[in-house]
Design a protein around this ligand. Structure first.
Ligand SMILES: Cc1cc2nc3c(=O)[nH]c(=O)nc-3n(C[C@H](O)[C@H](O)[C@H](O)COP(=O)(O)O)c2cc1C
Length: 342
């Protein structure tokens, strides 16, 4: 048995921001893109513990790949079966990760169906804590958890559960300030996160709604946390990390934007192979183009992208810039989420 509770080092140098685990997004190419713009702490996509133990070797290799340049990388597991979690923790021990996070917040139907993620906490809280303990007892690296608030009005259930995870050896907790049934929309309940932060002695990381640098700052200010986790605000927008670092809005120029898209695209081709890489990149390219005033036809053409040659054509169109209306909207609306610098 290993004790991940013995060392009392802070996992994250504070204050800092963390790139959240995002299924289908935070693969190695996306993390490298974020890191080019100042992201220091990041997570893999969620990895199913059963798939890690019994699943396809090649798929697992892609999911748990770490680039030598990555200074800090956490792995996130989802699961519920104690025996499987034990085996999964031991596999993680053989790899190079800095922290093991347990997913207790995912509301997605395929996870809920198995009674895992957020459903685990809501339906079987005692077993969820026991499952966390299995990871903590078998992991050589610090174990953390990511969960949602359990009520929008009463902090007590969230605080109570968070305290149980702390007692079970959690070295940090990320709290997403939305309840399970709200998935990713609606307001973030800062007060609920603040109550957890005030009740726990381990670091509490605030999550939810940090789609821009000012919104990230608001998340920290309102919750009192030193550290926040950024998810959708980083998809197609790695510059959010330099903005958070600088404490001000500092969007990319059109040229920087196009160059980053290009570097990210070719990193995906290298990582997944040319054919799969192009297919998987479509979603990523759409994230870059979303909300930045590029013509609808240009964005639609991404769905049909089939080769690097076609990508180069797309990039030429991107370099022509967004519509004049977008520049006007930027001037009129300083809070706009996806920005380019003139
Ligand atoms: C497409 C998608 C996939 C996600 N995958 C994961 C995941 O694998 N693990 C996890 O803990 N949270 C996952 N999340 C939740 C995010 O990490 C984050 O908690 C949530 O999006 C709220 O943060 P935001 O408002 O900054 O996006 C996912 C969210 C989205 C939209």
């Amino acid at each position: 048995m290993f004790s991940s509770q013995l060392t009392n080092l802070q996992i994250y140098k504070l204050p800092n921001s963390i790139l959240a685990p995002i299924a289908g997004h935070t693969d190695l190419p996306m993390r490298l893109s974020a890191r080019r713009h100042g992201c220091r702490y990041a997570f893999t996509e969620m990895v199913d513990a059963g798939s890690l133990v019994f699943g396809n070797y090649k798929t697992n290799c892609l999911l748990i790949a770490r680039d030598p340049s990555e200074e800090f990388l956490g792995i996130q597991l989802v699961g519920s079966e104690p025996e499987i979690l034990k085996k999964a923790a031991r596999i993680v021990n053989e790899h190079n990760f800095d922290v093991l996070d347990f997913n207790l917040g995912c509301p997605a139907p395929k996870v809920a169906k198995k009674g895992e993620g957020a459903t685990f906490v809501v339906q079987r809280p005692d077993e969820a804590v026991a499952a966390f303990s299995v990871l903590a007892e078998n992991s050589k690296i610090p174990v953390t958890a990511k969960m949602r608030i359990l009520s929008e009005a009463d902090p007590e259930p969230t605080v109570r559960f968070a305290l149980r995870l702390q007692e079970a050896g959690a070295r940090a907790l990320t709290i997403h300030g939305r309840i399970m049934k709200n998935f990713y929309s609606g307001p973030v309940f800062f007060k609920m996160i603040r109550a957890v932060r005030e009740a726990l002695s381990i670091p509490v990381i605030a999550n939810g709604g940090a789609l821009t640098q000012p919104l990230y700052q608001q998340l920290l200010d309102e919750t009192g946390c030193d550290c926040g986790m950024v998810a959708r605000g980083a998809c197609g927008n790695p510059w959010i990390f330099r903005e958070i670092g600088a404490g001000r809005i500092d969007p990319p120029t059109l040229e920087e934007f196009a160059e980053e898209m290009r570097t990210h695209f070719y990193a995906m081709l290298d990582f997944y192979g040319p054919e799969n890489g192009v297919r998987i990149s479509r979603k990523t390219l759409l994230e870059y183009l979303r909300g930045r005033g590029f013509p609808g036809e240009l964005r639609a053409s991404v769905s049909f992208l089939n080769s690097a040659e076609e990508f180069e054509e797309l990039l030429k169109a991107v370099r022509c810039g967004p519509s004049p209306r977008y520049w006007q909207m930027l001037e009129q609306n300083p809070g706009m989420e996806r920005r380019l610098k003139r």
